[in-house]
Design a protein around this ligand. Structure first.
Ligand code: ADP
Length: 525
């Protein structure tokens, strides 16, 4: 007991020689003795031969002895030879002057247990020699057991979710088919039609939730296969914009898309990466009030490509910026436009991005200050991207005024966003007659026209632009689902310069527009 007090109060030994501090020392001892007696940790002070100098009551009781009977005994005699062999290497490290902290399963003869141990060398301040060591040991067996139980419960929950999602999918498929069948039949009854629509929408929603659940179980079971190939990230961004544009539009929000930098090619899974960016765009829309702004950028930073999605929405408290990437975490389940998600989108996104060797993070200045999500992906090395068949994205000139006409608003909107972000002024029309009128008024440098539009079709508009409006310099691009030779021929006869089949590869479209813009610039020089 004396020795441990000397160790715990190194200066007390020196102070003992000074009579004026004797009182202070004895009261400090009483206090320490009280503390060591009642501490919930096992305390022991041993010499360098491995013999006890002092143990506290908790320590002695753990081995069924009294504290007074222990000093002078060998450690192995108290804790057992087997347990001693486990701690011996740590003891030796401590005796060489190192503080050692570790957690191990100690095979005590009667009760193997997990122990968290801190061994501190007892160094003589005068000679610098290690005289022994002090051990502070806490029993973590119970905590370990609880952790194991939690892990087991978590495993069962994952299994349950996997089975549930799987089972829910089975009845959903025939329900969807049946609704589709009902909606296709002529139906005079307006309320029945609106009931079909409700079932249709809600089944869609349910399917999405079930798909999310399935993804959760795939992710936790480590079963997300990636179909990797060199991917042009511009394509990922365009896919995501296509998928999210309708909801962003419906919310009256303004989306800008900026492509910056060259050759932003990564090794990745196009579908999965598009899923991540779509999720970020959908979230930006969900958590931003109507009329807000969403800015999407694709750019290069060192050896990484970065896709950032910034919004002017409700923001994220800084202390939650990590937690939102955990499964089922939702900060604003009652946000006006949050609808019912499961809180798994960002967890999935993070896992997918990590599987691509990248990272995802969020930055927000807090409530109502908006958020910026950034996805970083390692760029492919130069040689690989050069070998890739896909053309790299370049910042190319684009024609100044472009007309886009298609009766599908999503197509129009996504093209408008991309072209506007590249600096063009874009005019849009949803039918042929309006397209022709716009062509007359704005005299576009290029027109991207769908063929199958109501009223005047794309061929009619192209012919009128060439013949009646006499706009021979306008680049005419046909956008159509029909890609046979006879369709191309027909398009050229109507006056189109280029014929592209849907879904259009944005790079191909941008390359054609850039070529035209360069030619126009050269001829005006
Ligand atoms: P869900 O949107 O289905 O709830 P996510 O995993 O996609 O699930 O997002 C988790 C949570 O992170 C959301 O519930 C929301 O609280 C917060 N969050 C995500 N994106 C944004 C954002 N752009 N602005 C504010 N909060 C966001």
């Amino acid at each position: 007991m004396r020795s441990v007090l000397q160790w715990l109060l190194p200066r007390a030994g020196r102070a003992r020689e000074r009579t004026d501090s004797a009182l202070r020392e004895s009261s400090a001892r009483a206090e320490l003795s009280f503390v060591t007696e009642h501490a919930a940790v096992l305390l022991a002070h041993c010499d360098r031969e491995g013999r006890y100098i002092f143990v506290n009551r908790v320590y002695a009781e753990r081995f069924g002895v009294t504290p007074e009977s222990v000093p002078g005994k060998r450690i192995a005699d108290v804790i057992g030879e087997q347990a001693f062999r486990v701690i011996q290497p740590f003891m030796e490290r401590t005796l060489s002057g190192e503080r050692v902290e570790f957690e191990i399963e100690v095979p005590y003869e009667t009760h193997p247990r997990f122990m968290h141990c801190v061994y501190v060398p007892d160094i003589d301040p005068r000679s610098g020699k290690t005289l022994g060591f002090v051990a502070a040991i806490s029993d973590t067996t119970e905590r370990r057991r609880l952790e194991e139980r939690l892990r087991e419960a978590d495993r069962r929950k994952d299994e349950f979710l996997a089975v549930l999602a799987h089972e829910l999918r089975n009845p959903l498929a025939p329900i969807r088919n049946a609704v589709h069948f009902l909606k296709e039949r002529p139906c005079e009854d307006a309320s029945a039609r609106s009931a079909y629509d409700i079932i249709d929408r809600q089944t869609d929603h349910l399917t999405r939730l079930v798909d999310d659940l399935l993804e959760v179980s795939r992710i936790t079971g480590g079963r997300i296969p990636l179909q990797q190939s060199p991917i042009n990230l511009a394509l990922v961004v365009t896919n995501a914009v296509d998928a999210s544009a309708p909801s962003i539009d419906a919310a009256g929000q303004q989306l800008t898309v900026k492509f910056e930098g060259e050759r932003l090619t990564v090794m990745g899974d196009l579908v999965r990466l598009s899923q991540v960016v779509t999720n970020l765009l959908n979230n930006a829309s969900k958590y931003t009030p109507a009329g807000g702004r969403i800015d999407l950028r694709l750019y290069q930073q060192g050896k990484n490509a970065v896709i950032s999605v910034a919004d002017t929405g409700i923001g994220i408290p800084p202390e939650m910026s990590n937690r939102i990437f955990e499964m089922f975490v939702q900060l604003h389940p009652y946000a006006p436009r949050a609808k019912s998600g499961l809180g798994v989108g960002l967890a999935l996104s993070r896992r997918l991005i990590e599987l691509h060797g990248g990272s995802i993070e969020v930055q927000s200045d807090g409530k109502d200050r908006g958020s910026v999500f950034r996805v970083r992906l390692p760029l492919l090395a130069e040689e690989v991207s050069v070998q890739s068949k896909r053309s790299p994205v370049r910042v190319e000139p684009v024609p100044e005024i472009i007309l886009v006409a298609d009766d599908n608003p999503d197509v129009v909107e996504s093209l408008r966003m991309i072209l506007t972000s590249l600096g063009s002024t874009v005019h849009v029309a949803y039918d042929g007659a309006v397209a022709l009128e716009l062509a007359r008024q704005v005299r576009p440098n290029a027109a991207i026209l769908d063929i199958g539009m109501p009223g005047l079709n794309g061929y009619d508009v192209a012919r009128a632009v060439r013949n009646h409006l006499d706009q021979t310099a306008c680049l005419l691009i046909a956008l159509t689902g029909w890609g046979q030779d006879k369709d191309r021929k027909r398009a050229h006869e109507a006056g189109f310069d280029i014929h592209l089949t849907k879904p259009v590869d944005p790079n191909q479209l941008l390359a054609a527009l850039a070529r035209h813009a360069r030619q126009a610039a050269a001829s005006s020089d």
